[in-house]
Design a protein around this ligand. Structure first.
Ligand code: DQA
Length: 151
């Protein structure tokens, strides 16, 4: 039974994350995106959150989702994947959010060899950044939101 009082939360995943489990598993792990959806929904329900997980490879779609989240004041967990590092459209979309935003990454981009991964356009707008904990990072991000929304 769904909890009628659960607070709605969006978990938004950017490009290539739909291939989780098959994409460079040595970096991103073996959990598939479908499995991640199930985990996030369960972790959310355990925290009184109605979690909806989405993934897109299209930047404009992500911007539309973030704009709707701003209009509807919905808290967001965002893994913008490669857009994290260069998308000023994602920067501007995140800047409008009033409900809390948590940035999440499966890997720790700052310790990876490519220098372009060391910068994040999401970070200035994020309440917290969770990185390097694999799919568990999404649980940690939902913990941050649950704690923030309680206060
Ligand atoms: C990622 C890290 C990014 O640098 C990369 O482009 C991704 C995934 C992560 O979750 O570790 O696609 O956001």
């Amino acid at each position: 039974m769904s909890d009628p009082d659960a607070r709605r939360v969006l978990v938004l995943n950017g490009p290539n994350l739909g291939r989780l489990g098959r994409r460079q598993p040595e970096i991103y792990g073996t959990t598939t995106h479908d499995e991640l959806v199930t985990l996030c929904e369960r972790w959310g329900a355990e925290r009184g959150l109605a979690v909806e997980v989405r993934q897109t490879n299209h930047e404009g779609v992500m911007v539309d989702w973030l704009n709707a989240a701003a209009d509807e004041q919905v808290p967001v967990v965002l893994n913008a994947a490669a857009w994290t590092h260069y998308s000023y459209a994602v920067y501007d979309a995140c800047a409008q959010l009033e409900a809390p935003l948590v940035e999440v990454h499966l890997s720790d981009p700052e310790t990876r060899p490519e220098p372009w991964r060391h910068h994040s356009v999401v970070r200035p707008h994020a309440l917290e950044v969770v990185k390097g904990h694999g799919v568990e990072g999404y649980r940690m991000a939902l913990d941050v939101l649950a704690a923030t929304l309680r206060t």
